[in-house]
Every structure is written in C-alpha cells, then in structure tokens.
Design a protein around this ligand. Structure first.
Ligand SMILES: [Zn+2]
Ligand SMILES: [Zn+2]
Length: 297
C-alpha cells in the first residue's frame, strides 16, 4: 500500500485499497471515453464519465446477483483510465444517510443530518479508484431541486445534499429552509403546498383556514389544472410522486390545455396512482402563510 495524502488518509476508503493503485497513479494514466461492462442478464452496458454506477461492496463478491439495490455502493464516474488492457475508474461516492453518519462520527464532525427520503443519497467529494470487475451496472441518481415546484425525479435514487469530507472539517451544502418556519423538507414526514406568488413551499401544519374547493363535477383535466401543488407524506396514494410532488404534472396539464391538445394517453402519462388520487380527493385550499400574500394554496 502506497502512502496517501494526509487529507485522504482521514477518509476510511470504501474499496479495498490493498489491491488497487492510488488515485494519483491512475490519474496519470491515459484517459479513455468509455468502458464496456459485460452483464449476462441485461446485456453489455457502456459506462462514461458522468454516469452513476452500482459497485459491489467488498465481501459481497460471491453473493448471488443481483443484490438488493440498497446494498450496492453508488458512485458518480469522473474518469476512466487505461493501463495496457486493464481499465480503472475514478469516481466520487454517493453516501446514504447511515454511511455518512458513520463517516461524520469518525471525523468528529458536529454536523447533524436532517430526516431524509427513502431513495435519498448525499453527493460527496470522497474519491476512490474502482476496478471495473466490481462494477455491477449503470444506475441513475437524479439531482432534486427541492425549492422548485416543477422538479421531477424519474428514478429511485436522488440527491440534494453535497458533503465535502476532504477538508479539515466536513461541510454540508444544499440544506434549504422552507416555509415561514424555515425548516427542511422531509418527504417521509412532511406535507407541503407551493405558493407561486411567494415562490415558496409551506408545510401544511404551518397553514391555516382550509376551505374546500367548489365545483365537484368539473372535468378531470380542469380539476388537475386547478389543484394545489402538493408534495410529501400523503400515504400510499403518492408513493410514486411523493418526493417531487404534483407540480410537474399540473404544469404538463396546463401546457396541454393551452395548446388545446391532450395526448391520447395523457392520464397514463401522469400515472395511475396520481389520477386515482385526484379523482378521490376533495381539495382544501389554505391561506398562504406569508403575511401579505392573498393567494390560497
Ligand atoms: Zn413550516
Ligand atoms: Zn404566498
């Protein structure tokens, strides 16, 4: 094992470094644009810088595949290098909450992590070299802008927080305060509404004066266009759109309405669970919590 830079030695490396060349050594090797991973079940996959990958953690090499998705380590590929016929990948890790908590504890950091979503990861600057043999397949880790009403998360994994672990003290960025209470948004614990006048999300528990909407017999498309922009812990009904909420779907319906044309399978495009939720729900609108805002949300 070669000596490491002081800043790196503080990080418990997540791959078995005894068998791997150092980052410095691999970075100095010529770069290649892509790497082909042979996958017996899904066919070959091409991996390029910017892709997210599943890495088999040490100790799981001989377990039957595929492993449960949460078991894989997730990495963002930064570069691919060649050493003769051999390829090496350099990338940065996405941590999950418990992995990051353990790392922060080890670094004696005072950072406390907020409650997070089920598929939520944290982007990090923790770099490692990975042997392509331990790469299982491609995956996707979407960036979630939790201040926008029109975010979309197409995949199971997402991140909104980034952590710097290389410095003297760990540093967490991306923690947004929402609502008049300026609190973090937890998709599993909170329900929030968006106000377009304030350009802000509000916790439903911080809103007052709910009033039921009028006109129960309006066509479904009209009902969606006028429904509240809502996200968070509504229960089973929004398993598939809990994190990012209804904003993107409402926006699509408004665009179709304006164009005067709906795709034939527009309801399918919005998702069965969403359509069922809208049909079943009598929406209440609250007074926006901002002092001089008159919008009902
Ligand atoms: Zn609040
Ligand atoms: Zn408002």
């Amino acid at each position: 094992m070669s000596p490491q830079k002081r800043t790196r030695s503080k990080l418990a490396s997540r791959v078995d470094n005894t068998k791997l060349p150092t980052i410095d050594k691999v970075s100095a090797l010529p770069e290649v644009e892509k790497l082909v991973i042979e996958d017996e079940t899904q066919g070959d996959e091409e991996i390029s810088p910017g892709d997210a990958i599943y890495v088999v953690p040490p100790g799981f090499e001989n377990e039957p595949r595929p492993l449960p998705p949460h078991v894989y380590w997730k990495m963002n590929v930064e570069s691919i290098h060649q050493e003769g016929a051999k390829r090496w990948v350099i990338g940065t890790w996405y941590y999950n909450r418990s992995q990051l908590e353990a790392q922060l504890k080890e670094q004696k950091s005072k950072i406390t992590l907020p409650p997070m979503g089920l598929g939520e990861l944290i982007s990090s600057d923790h770099q490692d070299v990975v042997d392509p043999q331990s790469i299982e397949c491609l995956t996707a880790v979407d960036y979630f802008n939790d201040e926008s009403p029109h975010s979309d998360i197409a995949d199971a994994w997402y991140y909104r927080l980034s952590v710097e672990l290389k410095g003297l003290a760990a540093n967490l960025t991306g923690l947004n305060g929402h609502c008049i209470c300026v609190q973090w948004y937890s998709p599993e614990l909170d329900v929030q509404r968006f106000c377009y006048d304030c350009d802000k999300w509000f916790h439903i528990k911080c809103l007052t004066d709910p009033q039921p909407s009028e006109g129960e017999t309006v066509p479904l498309q009209e009902k969606i266009a006028n429904m509240p922009v809502v996200r968070g812990a509504l229960g089973k009904v929004n398993d598939e759109w809990r994190v990012a909420g209804s904003g993107r779907k409402i926006q699509r319906v408004k665009i179709w309405k304006e164009a005067g044309v709906f795709p034939e399978d527009w309801a399918k495009e919005l998702g069965d669970s969403f359509i069922t939720y809208v049909k079943r729900t009598t929406f209440s609108f609250y007074a926006c919590a901002t002092k001089d805002c008159t919008r009902r949300i």
